[in-house]
Write a protein that binds this ligand. Structure first.
Ligand code: PLP
Length: 392
């Protein structure tokens, strides 16, 4: 009897994915604010600005019509065509709209891509530090994430040597990279990306490129993997550049042979992506001017932090190439970045994310700052951190 009850209550082993520590920081920040304190939020990786006005207007107009039905599983054809046109406009790449799949944010894209590409037990290389859900989604689907440590020596990205060496030790079925990356904010040079894709494909390793932070590039222009291979799977989203996190809409560029399998999966898993969000997404491309202004704001924030943090005491951080993250080395002060982030929140009123969320190996020495807020907040954060570190 007891065993039967236990069996009814027991969650699956695959659901045992770790929580996101940043949520604990957010909860602590909320408690401080509820007690009247003022917190500068640099912990959550999302834009402070709203979606482009064009997107909001398109969704409002569609809503007024009343009926909001399902769409095609692969997405509204005009949106898929608009996304394909974006590749011609932004990268000079001619892309067949038939290869574009609209997804529920890039998060939905990863689930579809991994299911369509990999069998349970397949090994897929990801970076540490890296975005935790890559590892956790793979694990939940029965695949095995293989961690490749990146460092200053490899300019914080996976090199051909590291990939091949890992592949010899533990044969890989796939590799996933992001440029610009989260949490590091670093980017791969186009030549490095092209070489890595070619090396992976020579070995039969499938390549997944997370391009969610494209267009938020400051050091040099980000290049799409679509330029180098028709076999690479590209995941992207309206969440970051277009400031549409809550709309839950993104896209995938799939090799031709994967489109039908992805379509079948989408039909069964989600039917289709929220219709209003798709309508808004198509119109978001016409809001470029507004979004470029938001991007200029990030550039100013980046300048304030890069110029100000060393004087405040945070002298070591990774190249601040793109996205809206600065990954700071706090090993001078602590061996416990979670404790450091908690104290910085409680004593200085600045919320940031401990590196352990992104890197189980060396994350205890790093803290991630998101600079998607206001310039005034960035200046205030630099001042507060400076006073706090001085107090020691
Ligand atoms: C690197 C990276 N990829 C993917 C995502 C998921 O974003 P979304 O599902 O909103 O498109 C995020 C979110 O922060 C991210 O940082």
């Amino acid at each position: 009897m007891l065993d039967a009850v236990k069996a009814l209550l027991e969650p699956s082993r695959r659901s045992e994915v770790p929580p996101f520590m940043v949520m604990d920081v957010m909860a602590a920040a909320a408690r401080i604010e509820a007690a009247g304190g003022h917190v500068i939020h640099m912990e959550v990786g999302q834009p402070a600005a709203p979606a482009p006005r064009t997107a909001i207007a398109a969704a409002q107009a569609a809503l007024v019509q009343g009926r909001v039905g399902y769409t095609e599983a692969l997405g509204i054809p005009s949106l898929r065509a608009r996304i394909a046109k974006h590749y011609a406009e932004s990268y000079g790449v001619a892309l067949d709209p038939a290869r574009v799949v609209v997804t529920t944010g890039s998060s939905g894209g990863f689930i579809l891509a991994f299911l369509a590409m990999f069998e349970p037990g397949d090994r897929v290389a990801v970076t540490v530090p890296g975005y935790p859900p890559y590892r956790h989604i793979l694990t939940a689907l029965g695949c095995e994430p293989v961690l490749i440590e990146i460092s200053q020596a490899t300019r914080w990205s996976i090199t051909v040597d590291a990939l091949l060496e890992t592949h010899r030790r533990t044969p890989l079925k796939g590799v996933l990279v992001a440029s610009p990356a989260n949490p590091t904010g670093t980017m791969m040079r186009p030549e490095a990306l092209s070489e890595l894709i070619a090396a992976a494909e020579r070995e039969g390793i499938r390549f997944i490129s997370d391009e969610i932070y494209h267009r938020l590039d400051y050091a040099f222009p980000a290049e799409t993997a679509a330029k180098f291979s028709d076999n690479a799977v590209i995941i992207n989203s309206f969440s970051k550049y277009f400031c549409m996190t809550g709309w839950r809409v993104g896209w995938m560029v799939a090799p031709e042979a994967l489109v039908r399998p992805v379509e079948r999966l989408q039909q069964n898993l989600a039917i289709s992506v929220p219709t209003l969000s798709q309508v808004a997404a198509a119109a978001a491309f016409e809001g470029r001017e507004e979004m470029e202004a938001v991007k200029h704001g990030y550039e100013e924030n980046r300048r304030i932090l890069v110029d100000g943090l060393p004087g405040a005491g945070l002298t070591k951080f990774l190249p601040v190439d793109g996205a809206f993250y600065l990954y700071a080395d706090v090993s001078r002060f602590t061996d416990d970045s979670f404790d450091f982030a908690q104290r910085m929140l409680e004593e200085a009123g600045v919320a940031a994310t401990p590196g352990i969320d992104f890197d189980p190996i060396d994350g205890k020495h790093f803290v991630r700052f998101c600079y998607a807020g206001s310039a005034a907040d960035m200046r205030e954060a630099v001042a507060r951190i400076g006073r706090w570190l001085q107090r020691g």
